[in-house]
Design a protein around this ligand. Structure first.
Ligand SMILES: [Zn+2]
Length: 138
């Protein structure tokens, strides 16, 4: 029998005495035990959340660029290091083919692959210089 079941039995028995003061204390005690029960549920949920975060924390791998990956996960699935650092939430970033990314949550934009980004920039500049950036110059 748990604490709350036992308390309920005692309170029910105490009601038999039909004493005003005692009845008021019984009501107070019932309210208090309800609050305590809610607190316990909340604390249990908090513990579960913290355990989940701890599990995640243990799996996090940092990189030179501001993104994260998870150990044992696909390394191409990248997460925002800013969101993790700030709020301990794991948000997948949107990676562009040119090596840059954007976080859909905090909206930060950065590079996940500096080499690829610089290569793409160079290719873009080469194309622009070949064909001219001004369409009216032809
Ligand atoms: Zn973010």
């Amino acid at each position: 029998m748990d604490y709350f079941e036992l308390l309920k039995i005692v309170l029910t028995a105490a009601k038999e005495f039909k004493n005003k003061d005692l009845n008021k204390q019984i009501i107070d005690l019932e309210e208090l035990s309800l609050k305590k029960r809610e607190e316990i549920i909340e604390l249990k949920q908090e513990i579960m959340e913290l355990r989940k975060k701890q599990n995640l924390e243990d799996r996090i791998e940092r990189h030179e660029q501001p993104y994260l990956t998870l150990k044992g996960d696909n390394p191409k699935i990248r997460y925002c290091a800013t969101c993790w650092g700030r709020d301990k939430i794991i948000i997948q970033i949107i990676c562009n083919r040119n090596g840059s990314f954007k976080c859909p949550n905090c909206k930060i934009e950065d590079k996940y692959d500096l080499e690829l980004y610089e290569k793409s920039e160079k290719e873009y500049l080469d194309i622009m210089s070949k064909y001219g950036s001004n369409p009216h110059s032809r």
